[in-house]
Design a protein around this ligand. Sequence first.
Ligand code: FBP
Length: 552
Amino acid sequence: MKISALQQARYLYAPKLPKILREDIQKLDVVIGQPTQSASDQEELKKLFPNTYGLPKVSFKVSGSAKAGRKLNVGVILSGGQAPGGHNVICGLYDALMKANPQNKLYGFIGGPSGILEDKYIIMTDELINEYRNTGGFDIIGSGRTKLETKEQFEVCTKVCHSHSINAIVIIGGDDSNTNAAVLAEYFRAQKEDICVVGCPKTIDGDLKNESIEASFGFDTATKTFAELIGNIERDANSARKYWHFIRLMGRSASHITLECALQCQPNICLVGEEVKAKNQSVDDITTYIANAIAKRAENGNNFGVILVPEGLIEFVPSLNALISEINDLLAKTEKEFNALDSADAKIAFVDSKLSASSKKVFDSLPVEIKGQLLADRDPHGNVQVSKIETEKLLIQTVEKRLKQMKSEGKYCGKFSALSHFFGYEGRCAFPSNFDADYCYSLGYNAALLLGANMSGYLSSITGLSKPADEWKAGGIPITMMMNMEQRHGEKKPVIKKALVELDGNPFKFFEKHREKWAVETAFTYPGAIQYFGPSEVCDQSTITLKLEHME
Ligand code: FBP
């Protein structure tokens, strides 16, 4: 395989660890903190997690004497969508395991959670690990979206672990995967199985965070990659001065990615799904807002601009959300009948005939392409795949129509020519930024310490992330601490609370304060490509979101 010059150079990058994790690993002892409580629904969660609820937070300290850690055979799983830095979590985990006790073994389950169910694995070696240091992607073992949640699956996991004498599992995933890690940890404890389960917080979407998890890994690199592309488009727009660019950005359930990119690039317009929901806005309201901004810029002779749209927007618009839920239920109930229809038109007509009056009205107002996308295959959880719905194209159509109408009413709107873009997969496997390379390596290294101390049901936690890596704090937080009960597919279930953009939080407030100016003026900023080598103020900066959230 041909290796690029950057990859060669990145192999040699030594990720920065928090001070405590640079101590002799055989001298590190766990420090037990105070018992914890879940985010809410304490009584219900206590009953569901009798063995793992209320565990204390933990950190580490240096003890007097060095001792080899307990012998660990660890299985690692990558779960869900790719996020830059996943390889470094595995590298950090591997290095720490080897330092703690050279007899330790690391199994990588292939293709995500299904790897453990099908007993498909590879054993990590120095040679293999060295090929993946500081690289993007999850290709070392692959990932998948199978959910580990049923008793039958847990029984298979137990069997597979016994067959390899695996006594620890690390699940690298988002909120759903870590919820399942907590359920698996509880199951093993209840069965008196000596198998420790630890999670690591992954997702580019940035919606797995709380006071102990300041950021999920991958968010930093993905947003910097998208911001580079947006900045390039802004410069092109400002040079050609003839296009409006509608850019949709990944981020399924929260608008953190879009907001961060707006903070980095200062586009003319940025839609934030959480605000749309809070203000109960319709597609019509959003269209009016955009069309008015375009007309205003046209008055100053600026027939160009950049608009950011979060991919999850469609589910934040209340009327569309109601429509999508209805379609989800309908498709779940009529799966056979629906799948037997042989054309897109027939499928659209079928759904149209079964919708309630209010949803039918919304459905009928949509362009045929969007209707088709709304009926496309659901994800394994029965949800619509928002990454496949071209909301940016929908908005171009509605805005164009509105501008025509405004013109016919005598309003000056200039010239409107639009281009659409979608950035998502471009950012999920980029070479991790120094921040993500350091953070991920630390998360993995730290996970090995939690396993060594048999801290099952914990999430690897590195905090103080807005400060230099040297000052980061390492520890573990019980996953049940982040949980609440939510209605999922008609059932109340324990889940990790998703972190949406807070409209009273500093990142949104900063954006809100500046957006009117950015809408009218051309205040674009051009972040440029991620830099891996060079001055620290260029290479080691965290996201603006993180800085604003932890401003002192
Ligand atoms: P995770 O929640 O698993 O981290 O994945 C997030 C994400 O990247 C979303 O932003 C996007 O909507 C989705 O994955 C796309 O999924 P897929 O890779 O299955 O197309």
